[in-house]
Ligand binder design. Structure first.
Ligand code: C2E
Ligand code: CA
Ligand code: CA
Ligand code: CA
Length: 278
């Protein structure tokens, strides 16, 4: 199958052929999936390490596929980015996360920020700030309860990224740097922009107890973040030992299976209600 000039090489390998066909199928199916409201958000709680309180939720998209069941974002986000469908999909994610968070607040549940992942294409699109501002107005969510997660690769063009980030920050939303430590790091943007928090990538957290390099890196990120008045959250926390390490190094928050896996909106709401009732 010849997709376009760039993908010519796919002609030479049966495996690559298969991948190309699969990608086209996914891209085609995603369009109708968006129309048919087959996408859902799951929410993973974030915990304060000192108090154990829930301090935020990360919205993670899933595709409720009629035949294939719940499809993970790793399987369709890259195709969505490539086809441009990430723009309407990403906008839906922001809108749905804001709507849900506002609904929880209106039910008297804990008021906590919801964080949403932005893709590079979304981040660099025309008038992202205008779109987000409109979503906040329509849903009635206070901007401080929305956090946008970007990755270091989106800050490669420091000048431009700084301008986009400043516009978003002026709206009153929070910015966090996702997968911190895995990308191209420029400390320029950290120095010049009020970024609320760093999310330490789970690849550094995994072997924190066994690998002295990982331990040193995590300790350094925590201390740097604090010196820059940023909060720091560790991702992919799975064990009690990791919690002990992070606590003893004064990491602020954690997210991971140890606290809770991502939950359906009903599950997340149940958890928030439980907290409310003691
Ligand atoms: P991410 O932003 O790094 O999200 C964290 C991922 O780690 C989630 O995978 C989550 O389920 C998983 N995770 C959480 N705790 C643990 C743990 O203790 N151990 C391990 N091994 N994994 C853990 P998920 O939901 O499959 O999402 C994968 C990626 O897809 C996300 O990585 C994010 O980059 C992307 N993604 C998800 N939702 C969206 C979205 O709405 N928009 C965009 N652009 N990307 C999204
Ligand atoms: Ca994320
Ligand atoms: Ca992450
Ligand atoms: Ca990661």
């Amino acid at each position: 199958v010849k997709v376009n000039g760039k993908n010519d090489y796919m002609l030479h390998s049966g495996d690559m052929d298969h991948i190309a066909i699969e990608k086209l199928t996914i891209q085609h199916e995603m369009h109708s999936a968006l129309r048919n409201q087959e996408f859902v958000l799951h929410y993973q709680p974030q915990y304060d390490l000192a108090s154990g309180q829930i301090v935020g939720m990360e919205a993670l998209v899933r595709w409720q596929h009629p035949e294939r069941g719940l499809v993970s974002p790793a399987e369709f986000i890259p195709a969505a980015e490539e086809s441009g469908l990430i723009l309407p999909l990403g906008e839906w994610v922001i809108e749905e996360a804001c709507r849900q968070n506002k609904a929880w607040q209106d039910q008297g549940l804990l008021s906590i920020p919801v964080s949403v992942n932005l893709s590079l294409r979304q981040f660099s699109q025309q008038n992202l700030t205008g779109k987000i501002s409109e979503i906040l107005r329509q849903t009635g969510l206070d901007p401080r309860y929305l956090e946008l997660e970007i990755t270091e690769s989106m800050t490669m063009d420091v000048e431009r990224a700084s301008q986009y980030l400043q516009e978003l920050i002026d709206l009153g939303v929070n910015i966090s740097i996702d997968d911190f430590g895995t990308g191209y790091s420029s400390f320029h943007y950290l120095k010049n922009l009020p970024i609320a928090r760093l999310k330490i990538d789970r690849s550094f957290v995994r072997d924190i107890e066994q690998d002295p390099s990982d331990a040193a890196i995590v300790a350094a990120i925590i201390s740097m973040a604090h010196n820059l008045q940023m909060q720091v959250i560790a991702e992919g926390v799975e064990t009690k030992d990791q919690v002990h390490f992070l606590r003893s190094h004064r990491c602020d928050e954690m997210q991971g299976y140890f606290g809770s896996p991502p939950l359906s909106s009903a599950g997340a709401q149940g958890l928030l209600s439980e907290k409310l009732n003691g």
